[in-house]
Design a protein around this ligand. Structure first.
Ligand code: NAD
Length: 377
């Protein structure tokens, strides 16, 4: 069994799908591992460190992929770059299939079995493989680091001989995985933190982190399926807006993380709300990639409006690539462990396993995932 690790092609993507630690564990599973030269550079991992862990360094992608049974990536590779892989080779990564149906069909045509790790079910057994959680957690952390760098003021209260510095006020909108880590990070840095969410259950979690939970009486609970939020009704939305409008004007830092599965990001912060904030305040919009929670967000950009900085970076976890790669690589390793027979040390995919069913996009030349198979037919 040969496993290939490719260097990422997307501009600015510094993460990598395996680390020397996971290479060692893949070797222990019985695999030969080939790492494309320079694959770890963005995450500060040297080729020599992969080699020390037992990998062969391939001078180019072609050599790494040649004869590979599994190809590990962060982002979806071009189908053409997988030429030479073993027939039916598994390609595993964050394949981002929505809106990219043509590319998914191309992967099917290339004869590989592609697995989208972001579709991993959020069940106990698969927690260790949950790339959405591992990366969202880091994005929440990094959002506060970026905010504090742009804020140009101290976050904690400081009582000094030269006088007292008041603590910064931080407001986190959406208290899921990313939001809770943003709350914890802002608290650690000494900010006075408040947060809101539309799921009532989030309130307890926010308060357990020492932050104040803000929610209107009009909005009792908008929990949807599977622990996610549902879209708000027009009345609920109006109530939320009124609450946020009065609160946000007093905030120094706002981190927005609100998402609804399969929908564009909900609009939470209007232009008028931004204009109500003091110059020097900072907003980080973690939902930028899905359209943004803030009316003025420009995905991938940092803008300043009326003195308020709005950060719309789309890959915040990728801005701490070394840690992000470490966790991402472990997520992938845990999934691969379920695909290999421990006795024979050969690939043994159980196509009836719910983890495989949920993540498999393509198989035997066809698009097989129910969300995409029809469009591809
Ligand atoms: P997400 O990224 O889909 O959304 C982020 C947050 O935004 C959520 O908390 C959501 O309630 C909130 N939100 C949506 N609309 C909003 C609005 N209009 N205003 C304010 N907030 C709004 O969520 P997530 O971080 O992936 O987590 C969702 C849930 O899944 C949580 O309950 C989490 O505990 C759970 N979870 C479970 C597992 C597991 O069991 N393995 C793993 C991860 C997360």
């Amino acid at each position: 069994m040969k496993i290939a690790i490719l260097r990422e092609r997307l501009a600015g993507e510094k993460r990598v799908a395996a680390t020397p630690e996971t290479v060692g564990k893949l070797k222990a599973l019985g695999a030969d591992v080939a790492v494309e030269a320079g694959a770890g550079e963005g995450s500060r991992i040297l080729d020599a460190q992969y080699a020390e862990a037992g990998a062969v360094i391939a001078p180019a992608a072609e050599a790494a992929v040649k004869g590979a049974d599994i190809v590990l990536v962060v982002r979806r590779p071009e189908a053409g770059s997988l030429k030479g892989a073993a027939k039916g080779a598994l390609v595993i990564g964050a394949l981002d299939p929505y809106g990219n149906e043509g590319e998914v069909a191309a992967l099917a045509k290339a004869g590989v079995s592609a697995f989208a790790m972001e579709f991993m079910p959020r069940i106990t057994r698969a927690q260790v493989m949950d790339i959405l959680s591992s990366q969202a957690n880091l994005a929440g952390y990094q959002a506060v680091i970026e905010a504090s760098a742009a804020f140009e003021r101290a976050l904690p209260m400081m009582m000094t001989a030269a006088g007292t510095v008041r603590p910064a006020k931080a407001f986190v909108m959406g208290a899921g995985v990313a939001g809770l880590q943003a709350i914890a990070t802002a608290k650690r840095l000494g900010a006075v933190v408040s947060a809101t969410d539309v799921r009532a259950a989030a309130g307890e979690q926010v308060e357990s982190l020492g932050a104040k939970f803000i929610m209107t009486d009009a909005l009792k609970d908008a929990s949807g399926e599977g622990g996610y939020a549902r879209e708000l009704t027009a009345d609920e939305q109006a109530a939320q807006q009124a609450l946020v409008a009065s609160h946000i004007a007093k905030q120094d830092i706002v981190i927005t993380t609100a998402l609804i599965p399969g929908r564009p990001a909900p609009r939470l912060v209007t232009r008028a709300m931004v204009e109500s904030m003091a110059a020097g305040s900072v907003i980080v919009d973690l939902a930028a990639e899905r359209g943004g929670n803030v009316e003025l967000t420009r995905p991938g950009e940092v803008i300043v409006h009326n003195g308020v900085t709005i950060i719309g970076f789309t890959n915040l976890a990728g801005r701490i690539p070394t840690t992000a790669s470490q966790l991402y690589a472990r997520n992938l390793l845990a999934f691969i462990e379920t695909l290999v027979d421990k006795e024979t040390k050969a690939l043994a995919v159980n196509w009836d396993d719910e983890l495989v069913k949920a993540t498999a996009l393509t198989r035997d030349g066809a698009v097989v995932h129910p969300a995409f198979a029809k469009a591809a037919a």
